[in-house]
Design a protein around this ligand. Structure first.
Ligand SMILES: *[C@@H]1O[C@H](CO)[C@@H](O)[C@H](O)[C@H]1NC(C)=O
Ligand SMILES: *[C@@H]1O[C@H](CO)[C@@H](O)[C@H](O)[C@H]1NC(C)=O
Ligand SMILES: *[C@@H]1O[C@H](CO)[C@@H](O)[C@H](O)[C@H]1NC(C)=O
Ligand SMILES: *[C@@H]1O[C@H](CO)[C@@H](O)[C@H](O)[C@H]1NC(C)=O
Length: 449
């Protein structure tokens, strides 16, 4: 990867010592401002986690990181193998520490190294898969990734002082093999989208399109900053055909560890009811669908660390009951954990949008605004001739499972989602299979020249 360099001292050197011809080139380079940034996202076959990769440190190291949509910031294991001459601790009472929430000051009684410095800003990095956290120092280091014009990757760009939290090696337990940490895209001032938007003066939004394939050669994408979003073979900008719904605030954190009083960094939307094939699922306690602003329980959020949608038990039972009713004529198969409703797929037809099964609508702020979930996002192939409804029972709510409906990875795949932080809204496309494309159809031919 080449890195664009914006340093004024370089510019001055070139102004003084280079020819006019070179100057033109340099000017073109220094005036380069990305319109948007690009990450590719693969799906790990064993954990079903979504992984991305970018460069961090000096010398540059390509790191694999678990994508955590509602995570608060980037954290990496600083204890094992972190080597970088550009690593800098963020000190207490500094501007960087204020962005990270000013959670106190750290001391370390060993020789200085990454995650062991004095007078440093402290955070609590957490693993949202295993629901564990630890303490670590906040640090800066250089991060580099590709830019994009919306249809192809372009020049690599770097953020010299990207803020992240130092996690520990044990915090990687439960994550895909070989990853260095988790990349939080949530609603905080140090999440990836916030820092990229601030540094490059981009609109505060990002789009995510997860591929359903676990083949590394068919990755999905995340684009930070400006639209458009193009996927082959379509010639239309997909940002032009999204449906929008407000992102809701949850004033109480839903993270494993967090500073007192911090609101949830996760993305909540207002599901008012659920329909199966146009029929409303009767729920015993509709209050579960709203966020309780006193204790932060309830509501619906979107998550990339849950491979399947999770529902609170009473909602799950009602949903499975209604789905079972709507598919009375379909031959069942024995249930395969973690799923509770499975079918013999030999008699299920297939359509452009997956198995021919009743659709599910998540009805949002009004009857006319709904997120339609088609067969490909509902059914999971669990073996030969067996398809299961890819929704799982979350049990009773608890401090670890606060949100009534967690829309998980399988339901997000091949849907383009735009998280607009500035306007506090979610744009969604529903299944792209309808338009004969997938999230794995970004044109990765680089136009960096
Ligand atoms: C931090 O300060 C203490 C007390 O002055 C000292 O013993 C320790 O070595 C220092 N740690 C680092 C990492 O510099
Ligand atoms: C991106 O750049 C390539 C190469 O210049 C061009 O073919 C393509 O149309 C551009 N895409 C957009 C959305 O501007
Ligand atoms: C919200 O949570 C508080 C505290 O747990 C509880 O007292 C209250 O009844 C809840 N409100 C609703 C509408 O469930
Ligand atoms: C992918 O982008 C490159 C560069 O713009 C272009 O030459 C190529 O035709 C595109 N591929 C397809 C299949 O459109």
């Amino acid at each position: 990867m080449s890195m664009a360099c914006f340093s004024p001292s370089h510019l001055i050197k070139f102004l003084l010592f280079t020819s006019t011809l070179l100057f033109t080139n340099i000017e073109a380079q220094t005036s380069f401002r990305p319109k948007a940034l690009l990450l590719q996202v693969t799906k790990d076959p064993s954990t079903l986690q979504y992984l991305t990769r970018f460069t961090q440190r000096t010398p540059p190291k390509l790191i694999d990181i678990v994508v955590d949509l509602g995570g608060r910031y980037l954290w990496v294991d600083c204890d094992k193998g972190y080597v970088s001459s550009s690593y800098r601790p963020v000190f207490c009472r500094s501007a960087g520490c204020a962005l990270a929430g000013n959670n106190g000051c750290g001391q370390c009684f060993s020789p200085p190294r990454p995650n062991c410095n004095n007078n440093t800003c402290v955070v609590g990095p957490d693993n949202t898969v295993t629901y564990t956290g630890t303490g670590g120092e906040v640090a800066f280091d250089v991060v580099a990734l590709q830019s994009t014009n919306g249809s192809n990757p372009s020049k690599a760009v770097s953020v010299p002082r990207f803020i992240f939290g130092c996690g520990a090696t044990f915090l990687l337990d439960g994550l895909a093999k070989g990853v260095a940490g988790m990349a939080g895209l949530g609603r905080t001032k140090i999440s990836l989208p916030w820092q990229f938007s601030s540094y490059f003066s981009l609109p505060r939004k990002f789009a995510m399109c997860l591929s359903s394939s676990t083949n590394k050669d068919f990755p999905g994408i995340i684009i930070f900053g400006n639209s458009p979003y193009y996927l082959l073979p379509l010639r239309e900008d997909l940002s032009k055909s999204l449906i929008y719904t407000p992102l809701l605030d949850n004033p109480i954190s839903t993270a494993p560890s967090y500073p007192l009083g911090e609101p949830s960094a996760e993305y909540f939307i207002g599901v008012k009811s659920i329909k199966i094939g146009e029929k409303t699922v009767p729920l015993t306690n509709t209050a579960l669908l709203s966020i309780n602003k006193t204790d932060g329980y309830g509501g619906t959020k979107i998550s990339t660390v849950n491979p399947y949608t999770v529902m609170e038990s009473s909602i799950y039972k009602a949903f499975i009951g209604a789905y079972s009713e709507a598919t009375k004529g379909m031959k069942r198969a024995r249930s395969v954990a973690p799923f509770g409703l499975c079918y013999d797929s030999k008699n299920i037809g297939s359509t452009r949008v997956g198995p021919a099964v009743p659709v599910v609508d998540l009805v949002l702020e009004s009857e006319s605004v709904y997120w339609r979930i088609w067969g490909a996002n509902l059914m999971v192939e669990v073996g030969e001739d067996v398809l299961c409804l890819g929704i799982v029972d979350g049990g009773e709510r608890s401090p670890r499972f606060m949100t009534s409906i967690v829309i998980g990875g399988h339901q997000l795949e091949n849907n383009l989602l735009e998280f607009d932080l500035a306007r506090s809204r979610l744009g969604f496309s529903s299944s792209l299979l309808f338009r004969q494309t997938t999230c794995a159809n970004f044109n990765f031919t680089s136009i960096d020249n």
